[in-house]
Design a protein around this ligand. Structure first.
Ligand code: GLC
Ligand code: CA
Length: 541
């Protein structure tokens, strides 16, 4: 039997920016409740909601101070329970976001650790040391060092992200037990699945001081006990049959197969990010380069075919709350805005894996186009702005980099209509809204049969209609052009071919001699001309 998540599509909600029900400028749980019919109209089966638990919001909720309580800025436990129930009534399961690699520095456990309670110090990763010499020169993800000093203890603690996000010590069985209880708590409330934040960083290497310098997260990825810890977390809490997805940072194909092979009882699927680094110059997120489409094609061919060969399963996606908007990035915001938004959606939705749609992607929402550092909110953007200036860039250059790479590009409020605050709120918006909301918005697109929104609805519907999309084998095809990517899916007596032009020019793809019924676009047997950003999908006879 096909696992239920395989023919499902997941919708991701960044709660702070989705819908504000009480006019304070911040999205909330009741806002999500009011938009459930809209989400249901997309045909998705699950909603992943980013963390709304008690948090000082240094990293917008990815710094959790209490895993079992709702942050008052997002609503109450009663709102949360109502949301679970109402989604359930529409046949939509909720997936909550478990941030288990670290807590907030305001979490009770860390406070007690700072007070010198031995039991809680062992929940985190402390090392002795002189106040001027950290245990190593590792860097953390947002541009600081990875160790912070606590004068009252005479010790350093490890944080792979912001200093306010101390890493948990998973080697301690008590920590693992506490986290299992968090899962049990939400499972009992009726949650249908979980997304696990940076899950492949939880098992730290034996030495945290060798090598001396470099990226902390890199050294901690896919660590020695990671598979064992995940299996224990999942099996002890009885969530093996639920949809579970791990966010895996800089991982390998071999590890992703292991994480998602059903026989190993770890996760249903994983996110990895290699395809979203093909425009990082020298691997640096803050150095600009146009996307290398050959690299993109090779990545998909290797991972899609590799996962299929070994019973692994992927979460497939372009967008989330950490990535710039895909249409601004690999598509075209101008003349071919609509074509490129549709083509990019097509490419992902026919892949082998479970597609994730990030709020606003289904409308073709674009980057934020901020022109001043004051417009940014994200801790990473603010830190890197300083770093880029220190590297000798002018303010204009640094702002240009952020305009393309900052995470706030995808965190702007959801564009619901052409009214005040784009229909996101009646009172304001915590992050400024791009001007294009007057034309790119859900209300306008809902009534336009040719809109990006209605196209995404069709993509979700096609997956349900043709089992080959969820179950079939996949093979990447040679097209003779680096910027035309094509693949075929086969199985259950069906055969589908997908051809996508990633360029803003006409292309003639070679060697693709297929005939059949068009599911998307127009592909006349003899002249195989693709228009700029065109996607064609054919059911081969
Ligand atoms: C993940 C989240 C990101 C967060 C980080 C630290 O990558 O998606 O938003 O900043 O983990 O928790
Ligand atoms: Ca609100």
């Amino acid at each position: 039997m096909l696992d239920k998540y395989k023919n499902s599509v997941v919708y991701q909600i960044y709660i702070k920016s989705f819908c504000d029900s009480n006019g304070d400028g911040i999205g909330d749980l009741n806002g999500i409740r009011s938009k459930l019919p809209y989400i249901a109209s997309l045909g998705v089966k699950y909603i992943w909601i980013t963390p709304f638990f008690c948090s000082p919001m240094v990293d917008n909720g990815y710094d959790v101070a209490d895993y079992r309580n709702v942050n008052p800025m997002f609503g109450t436990m009663a709102d949360c329970e109502a949301l679970i129930k109402e989604a359930d009534a529409l046949g939509i399961g909720l997936m909550f976001d478990m941030v288990f690699n670290h807590t907030s520095s305001r979490h009770e456990w860390f406070k007690r650790a700072l007070a010198g309670e031995k039991e809680y110090m062992d929940y985190y990763i402390f090392r002795d040391g002189d106040k001027d010499t950290p245990p190593s020169e590792w860097t953390a993800a947002f541009g600081t060092g990875a160790w912070d000093y606590v004068p009252s203890l005479g010790k350093w603690y490890l944080h792979l992200f912001a200093p306010e996000q101390p890493d948990l010590n998973w080697e301690n069985p008590k920590v693992r037990e506490e986290l299992k209880n968090v899962i049990r708590f939400w499972k009992d409330k009726g949650v249908k699945g979980f997304r696990f934040d940076v899950l492949n960083l939880i098992s730290k290497p034996a030495s945290l001081t060798e090598p001396k310098t470099g990226s902390g997260p890199r050294f901690c990825k896919d660590g020695p006990h990671v598979h064992e810890f995940i299996r224990e977390l999942v099996t002890d809490t009885g969530i093996e049959d639920m949809i579970t997805v791990g966010e895996m940072s800089s991982t390998t194909l071999e590890n992703c197969i292991k994480y998602s092979d059903p026989a190993r009882h770890e996760l249903s699927m994983c996110f990895n990010f290699h395809h979203l680094k093909v425009d990082y110059k020298d691997g640096d997120k803050f150095s600009l380069m146009p996307p290398d489409l050959k690299l993109l094609r090779n990545y998909f061919a290797e991972w899609q075919e590799g996962m299929a060969a070994s019973d692994g399963w992927s979460a497939v996606f372009w967008c989330n709350h950490d990535q710039p908007r895909i249409v601004s990035r690999f598509g075209d915001e101008g003349q071919y805005w609509k074509e490129s938004a549709k083509m990019l959606g097509t490419f992902v939705h026919f892949l082998r894996g479970t597609p994730y749609i990030y709020q606003g992607e289904e409308l073709g929402m674009t980057n934020a186009h901020y022109t001043s550092i004051e417009q940014y909110d994200d801790v990473e953007a603010k830190n890197y702005y300083k770093i880029l200036l220190e590297r000798g860039q002018s303010e204009a250059e640094a702002l240009n980099v952020l305009a393309q790479r900052a995470r706030d590009n995808s965190r702007t409020p959801m564009q619901w209509n052409a009214g005040k605050f784009a229909g996101f709120s009646e009172g304001g918006a915590w992050l400024s809204i791009p001007d294009n909301y007057t034309s790119i918005n859900a209300e306008a697109e809902d009534s336009d049969p040719d809109s990006v929104l209605n196209y995404y609805r069709e993509l979700v519907r096609l997956r349900k209609e043709h089992p080959v999309i969820a179950e079939g084998r996949i093979k990447f095809l040679d097209t003779g052009c680096d910027d035309v990517l094509a693949y075929e899916r086969e199985g259950n007596g069906e055969h589908i071919v997908v051809i996508c032009n990633f360029s803003g020019e006409e292309r003639t793809a070679k060697g693709l001699e297929f005939q059949g019924k068009m599911l998307i676009g127009n592909w006349k047997g003899s002249h195989k001309m693709l228009k700029p950003y065109e996607a064609v999908v054919m059911l081969v006879k």
